[in-house]
Design a protein around this ligand. Structure first.
Ligand code: FNR
Length: 199
């Protein structure tokens, strides 16, 4: 069976990011069905409409091309002050432009968030879902993933999960995401929708 290609966008730029680790854990859990590749976003200059189109920086072109080549997107969204990180918002802005040429349109997606705190990044998760509605991405509704109380004991730097409940949840999330990608990709094909068409 052909594996769907998934672009992983981590809104955290830090080396030891829990979202990066969770991305690795989901990648391992879904490896039979999805080929998940992390996209670089730390070299995307802050979006400025004056510097786009023909004047777009090479990093914008690389990022957009990688999105266009993907069948879907996995977002790991750390919570910064009850919203998504600036890096994540900038990546959404860059990928959604130039106007009428969004690289996100109609790509199926899933969002997970986590935090060492109690609330598991709920605010960032939903702020991101709001942007996904506007850029016309069908986002997996369930299972929602707000992974709270994360620490190094539960989640190692290599993405291995040492907590039974979290491991089970990650496996369930990965399976549901692969099912969601299958569903949307097949539905889009049967309707002969142009995946690049802006809604
Ligand atoms: C945070 N953090 C945080 N946590 C939370 O649960 N709610 C919040 O609103 C915030 N706000 C916030 C703002 C800023 C600027 C920083 C740097 C951090 C803590 C955050 O959840 C924690 O650093 C996570 O570990 C970030 O995810 P990564 O980097 O581990 O993937």
């Amino acid at each position: 069976m052909t594996k769907h290609r998934i672009a992983f966008i981590n809104g955290s730029l830090r080396k030891d990011s829990f979202h990066g680790r969770l991305g690795l854990a989901i990648t391992a859990a879904a490896t039979d069905r999805l080929a998940i590749t992390a996209l670089q976003i730390d070299d995307l200059p802050l979006y400025n409409q004056d510097v786009d189109g023909d004047a777009a920086p090479p990093s914008y072109r690389r990022f957009r091309k990688a999105l266009q080549a993907s069948d879907g997107v996995l977002f790991g969204s750390p919570e910064y002050n009850r919203s998504m990180s600036g890096a994540m918002k900038n990546a959404i802005d860059v990928g959604s432009r130039p106007y009428g040429q969004s690289s996100f349109a109609r790509k199926p997606a899933a969002v997970f968030s986590g935090s060492p705190g109690m609330t598991g990044g709920f605010g960032s998760n939903h702020a991101l879902r709001q942007s996904c509605v506007f850029v016309d991405m069908p986002v997996m509704p369930q299972p929602e993933a707000y992974w709270g109380l994360l620490n190094d004991d539960k989640l190692a730097a290599d993405g291995s999960v040492n907590d039974e409940m979290l491991a089970k949840f990650v496996a369930g999330f990965a399976k549901a995401f692969a099912d969601w990608i299958d569903l949307i990709v097949a539905g889009r094909a049967s309707l002969a929708l142009d995946p690049t068409q802006q809604g």
